[in-house]
Write a protein that binds this ligand. Structure first.
Ligand code: FE
Ligand code: FE
Length: 196
């Protein structure tokens, strides 16, 4: 028996996401499932994380900030200046309170899907990567290579995505989250350790 009521969660999500975000969400959910098959992770957990990763995305930024203070979710100065980032933390909160998710691995995968972090768990990497490569994505450079790596080597894939993201974000250095920098440093060290 399925441990999650996927249809029920989908029906709820469709009310809180716009059409484009919902389509992206489905792409991420199935990409998470496919990656879980390859990397030996629990399929349903991976699907649930993918399904809910952006559940707070369409809440207006002002309301995001309000909800965080109301629910006593701590936010950094950087997040206050870049409130779109809060959809990750707030998404984890809603996943717990409104969708009944208790699995900390899933909640962490939602929390870190935007910035990444050093030493990510398998599920954190799956969701982060699936968010970047799902079939509807077409803007990022080097997608064919990164998509192949997603099914071969999660740590290498993280390294390549974070590298590209930093190059992109460095054009706007003030929008660069320290956590993303730390994540990149971690996966770069891992890359050097393994391949030199
Ligand atoms: Fe997101
Ligand atoms: Fe997303």
């Amino acid at each position: 028996m399925a441990r999650y009521e996927f249809r029920k969660m989908e029906k709820k999500l469709v009310k809180y996401l716009d059409e484009e975000r919902y389509a992206h969400t489905m792409g991420v959910m199935y990409t998470c499932a496919a990656m879980a098959m390859v990397h030996g992770y629990d399929l349903e957990d991976a699907q649930a994380a993918g399904l809910l990763h952006d559940c707070a995305k369409c809440i207006p930024n002002k309301k995001k900030l309000k909800m965080c203070s109301h629910h006593k979710i701590s936010i950094t100065d950087f997040e206050r200046e870049h409130p779109f980032l809060l959809h990750a933390k707030l998404g984890a909160y809603l996943a717990r309170e409104k969708y009944g998710i208790r699995d900390e691995e899933i909640l962490n995968a939602i929390t870190y899907h935007t910035t990444g972090r050093p030493g990510m768990s398998t599920l954190e990497k799956i969701v982060y990567i699936a968010d970047y490569i799902e079939p509807m994505r077409d803007k990022a450079p080097r997608l064919p290579k990164i998509r192949r790596l997603a099914f071969e080597d999660l740590d290498e894939c993280m390294y390549e995505i974070l590298r590209d993201s930093l190059i992109y974000l460095e054009e706007n250095p003030k929008d660069l989250d320290i956590t993303t920098k730390e994540a990149f440093a971690f996966y770069k060290d891992l890359h050097i350790e393994r391949f030199s």
